[in-house]
Design a protein around this ligand. Structure first.
Ligand code: GEK
Length: 242
């Protein structure tokens, strides 16, 4: 599988906002690796959570699956039989590539892909649900309802893995974390123009919450406990238990 370099924003562009189109899908593995601190760690540990939480004859969900990296990570960790992983994404361009990706990598657990809105998909008999960097793209008023639906479709003792870009209430701290994130991107070869164009395109598309907003929302949805198990700058991963 070739990993094409993301240079979509290297020259000045006249796009009005960001979308998960064919151009983004084509360079996605490179884009997410170079843009999201901790992404590799999150995938590695997605497998470890799957190893511990996924039960026989249950479902796993990868909501906003993009090219299926989290589905494949879950599959790598699952040691029990009769499990189906369901990957859902509403970008046709992403899902078309996801099919190829999934076929190209060995996986022993069945992976089914659904093209659709995660706000509308059914969740049932779930022992693990992954929302890796997807909730941030859902309209803020819809987030609580989505988490409630996920909670209701999970079996007792099941795990939700929620990874997100976050913001901080204190403006100085927020600016520091954004600055360190941009430095991370520069160190990964992105130019100032690429960083600033991507930042303005994502404005109003990727809307981050604070860590407290996330944990409060998880508690309101019914989760008995949740913890941030990884943080790098303004990127976190949380596990929540039903
Ligand atoms: C990974 N989890 O590599 N319904 C379905 N899909 C959606 C919706 C929606 N309402 N909104 C956005 N998406 C992946 C990375 S990327 C994160 C996830 C990023 C999809 C969107 O099409 C995209 O594929 C994905 O959510 C977010 O572990 O690009 O920062």
């Amino acid at each position: 599988m070739t990993n094409k370099t993301d240079n979509i924003y290297a020259a000045a562009i006249d796009k009005q906002s960001f979308s998960f189109d064919g151009q983004v899908a084509e360079v996605f593995p490179d884009m997410i690796q170079r843009s999201v601190p901790g992404y590799d760690q999150i995938l590695k540990n997605t497998a470890k959570f799957a190893e511990r939480f996924v039960t026989a004859n249950s479902h796993c969900y990868d909501l906003g699956c993009s090219l299926g990296a989290s589905s494949l990570a879950m599959s790598a960790g699952i040691g029990v039989n009769g499990v189906k992983i369901i990957g859902v994404d509403n970008s046709e361009a992403m899902l078309a590539r996801c099919h190829h990706h999934i076929d190209a990598f060995k996986h022993r657990t069945q992976i089914e892909l659904q093209c659709g809105d995660i706000l509308a998909c059914e969740i049932e008999n779930a022992s693990m649900v992954v929302l890796n960097f997807t909730l941030q793209f859902i309209a803020q008023p819809d987030r609580a309802q989505l988490l409630k639906k996920i909670y209701q479709g999970m079996n007792p003792g099941a795990v939700l893995l929620l990874s997100e870009k976050i913001c901080f209430e204190n403006e100085q701290d927020n600016a520091l974390m954004i600055d360190l994130h941009h430095q991370f991107k520069r160190e990964n070869g992105y130019s100032e123009l690429e960083i600033s164009q991507k930042r303005s395109l994502l404005e109003n598309v990727l809307v981050p919450d604070t860590l407290v907003q996330h944990t409060d929302r998880l508690a309101a949805a019914g989760f008995s406990r949740s913890h941030c198990w990884l943080q790098q700058y303004n990127f976190v991963s949380i596990f929540a238990i039903k």
